[in-house]
Design a protein around this ligand. Sequence first.
Ligand SMILES: NC(=O)c1ccc[n+]([C@@H]2O[C@H](COP(=O)([O-])OP(=O)(O)OC[C@H]3O[C@@H](n4cnc5c(N)ncnc54)[C@H](OP(=O)(O)O)[C@@H]3O)[C@@H](O)[C@H]2O)c1
Length: 303
Amino acid sequence: MVNLVTGAFSFSGSYIAKEMLQTSTRIRTLTGHIREVPYSDRVDVYPYNFGNHEALVESLDGVENFVNTYWIRFPRGSMTWERAVENSRLLFDACRDAGVRRIIHLSVTNPSLDSPYPYFRGKAQVEEHLKNSGVRYSILRPALIFEIEDILLNNMAYLLRRSPIFGIFGTGRFKVQPISQRDLARVVVSEFKRQENITMDTIGPETYTFMDILKMLNRATSSRTLLLPFPGILRWIPFVMSKLFGLLFRDVLLTRHEMDALRDDLLFTNSEPVGEISFREWIEENGDLLGRSYAHELNRHYK
Ligand SMILES: NC(=O)c1ccc[n+]([C@@H]2O[C@H](COP(=O)([O-])OP(=O)(O)OC[C@H]3O[C@@H](n4cnc5c(N)ncnc54)[C@H](OP(=O)(O)O)[C@@H]3O)[C@@H](O)[C@H]2O)c1
């Protein structure tokens, strides 16, 4: 038997892969991007064969635990929200037909079938598909996940290092409960032993406002950038600025839905923390590495 994590060379999947390799000699992955990493020779790689059920089932032969990180941050071209939901369902159906014992699925805090935000609505639809798949499951719902490869944190630091003013879309008082990738990977692997189905928020030990995070980033990058809130309707000013930066970098920095979901506190819950690693301590130790260069979302996922 073998365990599989999707996207073993991407952001969450790479940390989960390394955690899995602590106790396994080999693991398996499904991915659209093969990257050279120190553990590459211990990963058996298969494509996301969404169009070919038999091939997908074959690639899952002998898999005991299937860790699903598959999702999109925003739609682009033929990759729509509907397609991402449908692809997730195809993965779960293939798991069932291949006899996978358990699916450990990364969702997000506050998914809802009624959400006005397609990311959160799609996540709720995917959770429904998983619950109806007939395979045992652990649904983990992280808020913001942090590590050095995170695109959003890096690019906020990038702008803080270079701009005298950073406009915040709103008051900056909206709350976030960041969890470390290392904590998340540990929780994912501990779910391999669970018997029953479970759905749980997977948040870090501290709650911050968005303004707190920007202040910490400012300090860690030795920037003296003025953090300027643009409340109410004025929030469109920094949003349009982010669009202009996007044009400059030929990338997407922030979507309108991400802005509004953050402002609606959707990365905040009243649940007990499961992470142990302090975001504040991490940023004090690693912040200097953030924002040295720009992290390109479209290059990472659409090339
Ligand atoms: N990052 C966060 O702060 C955060 C917060 C809350 C919840 N989550 C959830 O945690 C999970 C992992 O997130 P992540 O940020 O770590 O993702 P990621 O590693 O960048 O991507 C996860 C997987 O999805 C695939 N993927 C991503 N965008 C795609 C696209 N546009 N088209 C096709 N495939 C795509 C990747 O493909 P490749 O293998 O080809 O790269 C990878 O296999 C997701 O379910 C996400 O919703 C993340």
